[in-house]
Design a protein around this ligand. Structure first.
Ligand SMILES: [Zn+2]
Length: 273
């Protein structure tokens, strides 16, 4: 019995020796195969974790796109310039992933595509921020405050019969009927570019608000500012009078864009003031 057992063991050892001698590579493959299987399983679970993360990031980018789209609408800009729902020009289409079937190559490609997408959205959002800031700035510099607090406003911008010549002529501003000495305020912040006496406008202050917008305050009795002075919205810059080509005490107020007279009523918040 013992002999038989020893014989079986000897035979088994001999068989294994034989196997190892004649098929050592095959046996090696079996042993390595276990290790590879383990590694593959480990890689599979890592890949799955990464691809789930990737999917979450893609979903976040989509939410950012929706936010960007809403911001573009709010600013009233042309949506064509800020297409948040489009992939960047050089990027491939954004594929939504089937997480369980991702390979390393797929993952790398998706990551690269996502990186390009995020770069593109960062550029667009930064450009949008700049535009919004400019928008806010230029709103602050628009002549929307009434240049006088008291007095009677006549919205007489446009063609009218000239009180001096009796002929029809263009009235390039609006008139505020007010007592002599009534304070005249800057309609928006800016820089004084003219403060002098002129035959037509009399004592006139001109304020440059940037963005090609200029306001004029004419027929003043007194001027309170000098050329080059920075004024804020509401600063007192002159007093109502009747200097120059004027038939009585009033403020002649003009808004010019690129040198062209605009209807100030379009800018004034409270035009009936
Ligand atoms: Zn006038």
């Amino acid at each position: 019995m013992l002999l038989l057992f020893a014989g079986v063991i000897a035979a088994a050892i001999a068989l294994q020796m034989t196997l190892m001698r004649f098929a050592p590579e095959g046996l090696g493959r079996v042993i390595q195969g276990d290790e590879q299987q383990y590694q593959r399983a480990y890689q599979r679970s890592s890949l799955d974790t990464l691809s789930i993360k990737l999917g979450e990031m893609q979903a976040r980018v989509q939410r950012l796109d929706a936010l960007g789209g809403r911001l573009v609408k709010l600013t009233g800009m042309k949506p064509a310039e800020f297409q948040f729902d489009q992939p960047p020009a050089q990027g491939g289409p954004l594929l939504l992933l089937n997480n369980s079937q991702m390979t390393e190559v797929d993952l790398a490609r998706q990551l690269e595509s996502l990186t390009r997408l995020v770069d593109d959205r960062a550029d667009k959002l930064m450009a949008l921020e700049t535009l919004l800031m400019q928008n806010q700035l230029s709103k602050g510099l628009l002549p929307s405050s009434a240049p006088v607090n008291e007095g009677f406003y006549t919205s007489n911008f446009g063609w009218r019969v000239d009180p001096f010549t009796g002929k029809t002529s263009m009235h390039e501003g609006v008139d505020f009927m007010a007592e002599e000495g009534t304070a005249i305020f800057a309609s928006a912040g800016g820089v004084v570019v003219y403060a002098d006496t002129q035959s037509q406008y009399g004592n006139m202050v001109e304020v440059d608000h940037g963005n090609d917008i200029v306001t004029r305050y004419a027929h003043a009795s007194r001027m309170w500012v000098k050329v080059g002075q920075v004024v804020r919205r509401g600063d007192k810059i002159a007093e109502v009078g009747s200097t120059g080509r004027s038939t009585g005490n009033h403020l002649h107020f003009e808004v010019r864009y690129k040198g062209m007279a605009q209807n100030p009523g379009r800018f004034l918040k409270n035009a009936a003031g």
